[in-house]
Design a protein around this ligand. Structure first.
Ligand SMILES: [Zn+2]
Length: 313
């Protein structure tokens, strides 16, 4: 929703209208189109109707949405993936992806032009550099740069970047490996929690010896700490997916130690099953089962009251 808020803000400033007013127009447009488009999509139509063009505008990364052309972004290169060669029919070429972040979020940038790819290859642009992108286009929230686009190093100093990609709210039937997603779904199955032991200092796995002593590769013999892993299945009506949840997120649901007591696990499970959540996380392929799963990095109960206020707005 953050994406939408920023977009509404942008439209309201450009149009000189109140945000509430824009929001009402968006809802009306969505209703007129029988809810077939997203709020972001409806907002783009409203912007076009108001004569607002985002062409040549500077965008914050969290504001990006699919279907924009001529987008300008400034951000810091966080991670560069290996260059790939491809051959599609008579089209042959190379492509490289990297992660770009600013203070609003991060996204993937895809370079298709050989001159741009050379800049990566020759290390003219590397990890940690702040860069300027002009004339990019977007697919979902990714930025694609063709030979019409421009890529250069920027003088902008950027210390405070948010390298957590903005999650896109999506249906489970549409999730693909590697996506950062936000799913609204119901817990339909909960598996027995499992535990593993870590070093209390560095949180890395410890090895146990026969005499019940635990040692960390870095910190020697330590008093081990147990961490839980919780697996459950989330269903959003279009599909279901297995979710893997580690300590940090489990703590948002219940004290981790409670998962060691059978009675408390039963109580938690009864409560958790059938509950509706917003879940964010990364879609991974489970190598063992060769199916997709989500590694959770955020969970929030769907609050019926706030939902009703959104629906009535
Ligand atoms: Zn350690």
């Amino acid at each position: 929703m953050q994406n939408y808020e920023l977009l509404i803000d942008r439209i309201s400033k450009a149009a000189g209208l109140e945000k509430d007013d824009i929001d009402r127009r968006v809802e009306a447009k969505k209703a007129k189109l029988s809810g077939l488009i997203s709020k972001e999509g409806a907002a783009q139509i409203i912007a076009a109707e108001l004569g607002i063009s985002f062409e040549n505008d500077d965008f914050k990364i969290a504001e990006l949405m699919g279907g924009l052309r001529k987008v300008n972004v400034v951000g810091k290169v966080m991670n560069i993936f290996p260059i790939h060669s491809f051959e599609k029919g008579d089209r042959k070429g190379r492509v490289v992806n990297f992660i770009l972040a600013d203070d609003s979020g991060s996204t993937r940038v895809v370079l298709w032009d050989e001159n741009h790819i050379k800049m990566i290859e020759d290390k003219i642009i590397g990890v940690g550099d702040v860069i300027e992108i002009k004339n990019g286009s977007t697919r979902d929230s990714e930025i694609h740069l063709s030979s019409f686009g421009e890529l250069r190093k920027s003088d902008v100093v950027m210390d405070d970047v948010k390298n957590a990609p903005a999650a896109s709210e999506i249906f489970l039937k549409d999730v693909r490996q590697g996506m950062i997603v936000k799913i609204r779904g119901v817990v339909v199955q909960v598996f027995q929690p499992r535990f593993y032991s870590v070093c209390p200092v560095c949180n890395k796995k410890v090895v146990s010896s026969d005499d019940g002593v635990f040692s960390c590769a870095e910190h020697g013999v330590v008093e081990k700490k147990d961490k839980a892993i919780l697996n459950f299945v989330l269903d959003d009506g279009t599909d279901s997916i297995r979710v893997v949840m580690f300590s940090d997120q489990i703590k948002l649901l219940l004290p981790e130690e409670d998962l060691k007591e059978e009675s408390k696990v039963t109580e938690f499970r009864d409560d958790f099953l059938g509950t509706e959540f917003y879940l964010t996380g990364r879609v991974n392929r489970n190598q063992l089962f060769n199916n997709l799963e989500i590694v959770a990095n955020g969970i929030e109960k769907v609050d019926p009251e706030s939902l009703i206020s959104v629906l009535n707005a």
